[in-house]
Design a protein around this ligand. Structure first.
Ligand code: 13P
Length: 211
C-alpha cells in the first residue's frame, strides 16, 4: 500500500480503536513499517483525532524525519519490529482487560490467558510473555521487549498494557482487538467452575491450519 493510503488507514483504524474504548486520552501508539522507514503516531496525540499529514515519519535508522515528534515508545516499537522481520505494524494500547491481565501476569513470565476460543489462538498464538515493568518510554526496556517479541507475536508490558504485531496494520489491529476480548473472557470466567478451554490437540490444529 502506498504511504499516503497507509497514513489514512492508520488514522481511520486508530479512530475506530479509540471510538470503541480501546484507548483513552492520549494512550496508545501505532507504528507501520515502510520500504524507506517507519510511520508512527506522534507523542501525546489522541488516537481518535490523528491527522494523516502530521503522522511522524522516521528513517530506516529510526531518526525522526518529518511530521510531529514521534511517540515516546519508539524503543518499544523498534524492539518489536527488529525482532520480527515479518511484522509490518505494531499496536500498543492501554485497553482495559489486557492491561488488567498485565497487572496479574508474572514479570518476565507468561500471562495466563487460557486458549478459550479459536481466534485468540489464531491471532495471538501459544504464548503471551509479560515484560517486567519499565517507565513508559524508557529505552532500557528494549532488550527485554526484543527477547519477548522473538518468542511471540504479542506481549504485555507489566502494569501498562498490550503490544501486538501483525503482518499488516489491519492484522495488528485485529489481533489487538482479539487479545482484548480474550483477556475480557479470561477475567469474566476466572474462578468459574467447569470452564472448558481448547485442548492441546485443538490448539495444535489451529496453529497448523492458520498459524
Ligand atoms: P505517547 O503519547 O508518547 O505515544 O505515549 C502514550 C503511551 O501509550 C505510553 O505508553
Amino acid at each position: 500500500m502506498a504511504e499516503a493510503a497507509l497514513r489514512t488507514q492508520l488514522c481511520e483504524l486508530a479512530k475506530s480503536l479509540f471510538d470503541r474504548g480501546y484507548s483513552v486520552g492520549t494512550a496508545g501508539n501505532v507504528s507501520v513499517r515502510l520500504p524507506d522507514g517507519y510511520l508512527m503516531t506522534p507523542t501525546n496525540s489522541c488516537l481518535g483525532r490523528l491527522d494523516p499529514e502530521r503522522i511522524s515519519k522516521l528513517g530506516p535508522d529510526w531518526a525522526h524525519l518529518s511530521g510531529d515528534k514521534p511517540s515516546k515508545e519508539v524503543f518499544l516499537h523498534r524492539a518489536v519490529l527488529d525482532a520480527r522481520p515479518e511484522a509490518g505494524a505494531v499496536v500498543h494500547l492501554h485497553s482495559t482487560h489486557a492491561t488488567a491481565i498485565s497487572c496479574l501476569a508474572p514479570e518476565g513470565g507468561d500471562a495466563e490467558i487460557p486458549p478459550l476460543t479459536p481466534y485468540f489462538v489464531m491471532r495471538i498464538g501459544r504464548r503471551l510473555p509479560c515484560v517486567a515493568y519499565y517507565r513508559p518510554g524508557d529505552a532500557a526496556m528494549e532488550p527485554a521487549v526484543h527477547a519477548a517479541a522473538r518468542a511471540a507475536k504479542a506481549l504485555l508490558l507489566a502494569n501498562h498494557g498490550p503490544v501486538v504485531s501483525g503482518a499488516s496494520l489491519t492484522e495488528a489491529v485485529h489481533a489487538a482487538e482479539e487479545l482484548e476480548e480474550a483477556a475480557r473472557l479470561a477475567l469474566v470466567l476466572r474462578g468459574v467452575p467447569g470452564v472448558r478451554a481448547l485442548n492441546a490437540a485443538q490448539v495444535d490444529d489451529l496453529l497448523e491450519t492458520f498459524g
